[in-house]
Design a protein around this ligand. Structure first.
Ligand code: ADP
Ligand code: MG
Length: 240
């Protein structure tokens, strides 16, 4: 579904991504791990063009989606993104957070958008919060709403950048459960996370990034049990 070819990204003289080649197949859950500063967020942000790559390309179902000719809005609709810090619209109710994108960008009617929103709120277990404002919700609830908001655009792929890193420990499980449900229903997902148990249980494939490159990849269980590279071993010895 997504192919990344020779992707490079520099900020000034600082090269952050140093030639990434990767694929995400339809229905696959790809988990990305690696030390802080290794380029994980930049990689995800290049996929949906929150950042413009310096060189190389990203292809979605064979079509190049990077570069000047590509339609930025189409790409953003195809790829939902969930951030560490939720980024909900604080002045809008939960229902409005979920319906504004579909109404403004996909031109759905209010009724159509609300029907989708209510269905998603039920799926993330928060149908009773439709009229609440983000400020009144717990971190775990906010993140479940952020996931529902991204899903409301009916994307083909979901990108998650450390979705549980800002949460109190007791709220991590409820968010991972929603993500696991999504995975079981066949959603294509790329997830940056430090939750190694989740990576092992839900991930189809694991990418270990360090210093702007993918150092190692494989089935999560295999990489955890028998990392091939010294850098992977060292990282895993600190986090497992
Ligand atoms: P990770 O998500 O793995 O922690 P990032 O992709 O956030 O890593 O960052 C990789 C490197 O790129 C870091 O050294 C970071 O300081 C740098 N970087 C990220 N975003 C920017 C930016 N907008 N401008 C300049 N440097 C950046
Ligand atoms: Mg990051």
């Amino acid at each position: 579904m997504i192919r990344v070819s020779e992707l490079r990204k520099s900020y000034g003289k600082h090269e952050v991504l140093k030639g990434i080649d990767a694929e995400i197949r339809k229905g696959e859950v790809v988990v990305i791990i690696g030390p802080s500063g290794s380029g994980k967020s930049t990689f995800l942000r290049c996929l949906n063009r929150l950042e413009e790559p310096s060189s190389g390309g990203v292809y979605f179902e064979g079509r190049m989606i990077t570069g000047k000719q590509a339609d930025l809005n189409a790409t953003r609709q195809q790829m939902g993104m969930v951030f560490q810090h939720f980024n909900l619209f604080p002045h809008m109710s939960v229902l409005d957070n979920l319906t504004i994108g579909p109404r403004k960008i996909k031109k759905l009617s209010k009724d159509e958008a609300e029907a989708i929103a209510v269905d998603l709120l039920r799926k993330v277990g928060l149908e009773d919060k439709r009229d609440a404002f983000p400020g009144s919700l717990s971190g775990g609830q906010k993140q479940r709403i952020a996931i529902a908001r991204a899903l409301a655009m009916q994307p083909d792929v979901m990108l998650f950048d450390e979705p549980t890193s800002a949460l109190d420990p007791e709220m991590v499980g409820e968010v991972l459960d929603v993500m696991k449900q999504l995975a079981m229903n066949g959603m294509t997902m790329a997830i940056v996370t430090h939750e190694m148990g989740f990576a092992r249980e839900v991930g189809d494939r694991l990418l270990f990034m360090d210093g702007g490159v993918i150092v190692e990849e494989g089935v999560p269980k295999d990489v955890f049990l028998q990392p091939r590279h010294a850098r992977t071993q060292e990282f895993l010895s600190k986090v497992l």
